[in-house]
Ligand binder design. Sequence first.
Ligand code: UD1
Length: 430
Amino acid sequence: MEKLLVRGGNRLEGEIPISGAKNAALPLMIAALLTDETLTLHNTPRLADVMQLQKILGNHGADIMIAGKRAGQGRFTGETLRISAREIIDTTAPYELVSKMRASFWVLGPLLARCGEAKVSLPGGCAIGTRPVDLYLQALQRMGAEIEVEGGYVVARAPKGRLNGAHVMFPKVSVGATHVVMMAATLAEGETVIENAAREPEVADLAECLVKMGAQIEGIGRSTLRIQGRERLHGAEHSIVADRIEAGTYAMAAAMTDGEVLLRGARAEHLSAFIDVMAQAGIEVREVDGGLAVRRANGEMRAVTVETQPHPGFPTDLQAQLMALMTRAQGVSSIRETIFENRFMHVQELVRLGADITLMGDTALVKGVASLKGAPVMATDLRASVSLVIAALAAQGETEIHRLYHLDRGFEALEEKLSAVGADIERVAA
Ligand code: UD1
């Protein structure tokens, strides 16, 4: 077991390279199951979730080669994965593998579309709510799948060996269900129309890669997607989009220390709601050559009123970090979580560091305090854990953060990136 030691008070200054997005890398890797040719993915972040998914894909018969760095590349440039699923040797995704990471449930779409059958364990993942899979199953049933849930597994079959195109209207926006139905539709017979599709940049990144693989998809980036099914897809090469959540996180880490950083590779068009909220708080996030520049505009941070929403709204994956930042703002912030019902587990840990937060149902009221104080705290989920790092960067004294496996699922080289811009942070044995 390891823990992070953070001694607060240092101002962050310099350049932070932004990695490829975890939430794009996972569906892109899964998309390799749709073809018997090789899918090459550049800019893949080195993360526990990516390694876990390699095991899952290997279990289905995929060969994965990890290429080294190319000449001229720096320390934090991602890896190149070459994934070849020439033959699917097993259409079962077992509980032992799927329970470690919710996104691995998404293999259901490609397996069912390519092989006409799949048996996939119901997922685990971060404990941030009940996170059901009803939307996935209803949509696949509309595409002709026969589905049963038996002994903790979803057992799905396409009676004719192939799914058919269908009109899918999601009653609620779901990133994962959009990924799965879109992937399944690329190999279905006829046209699939997805209405109320998720518009997250990671969905668009997957769609763009699928098009390179020979899929026909109209409406990329919009809430209605129109997909013409193909007999087969082929290999392709794709570079994973920059991680907007990592970028937003480091922007807030810098703002927390009154610092000034350049987020290399971050893209403003993926962060517009976030940038608006930062402006309200008095933090300038400006598009510059090669990325985004962040600094406090003038003096004090101000409290904000925010509600999480599907993209292009304020992302739930930045809610915990915003809460940490607002512990040091002038006034009372109101942060409402509308996507996940149980995504406030960081509140008690932030309170241990001296934050003044009151929970009222789905809304947290955060009253800015004059100072935070270091303490031992525990990471509870992926984004919550990094909110503790943000708070610790401004706390007096030392903060110990335990249960780092949450952090390692989604943040590549966090200590290195933060130390390089001046943070006093180290990983030690717990
Ligand atoms: C993805 C992201 C996660 C992010 C979330 C919302 C990945 C690997 N994970 O998760 O980081 O926080 O999007 O932006 O990309 N729901 C149902 N029924 C379903 C499916 C979902 O009710 O069948 C609900 C969920 O419980 C949740 C909401 O829909 O309340 C949104 O979830 P969804 O967009 O599906 O999240 P994930 O794809 O799991």
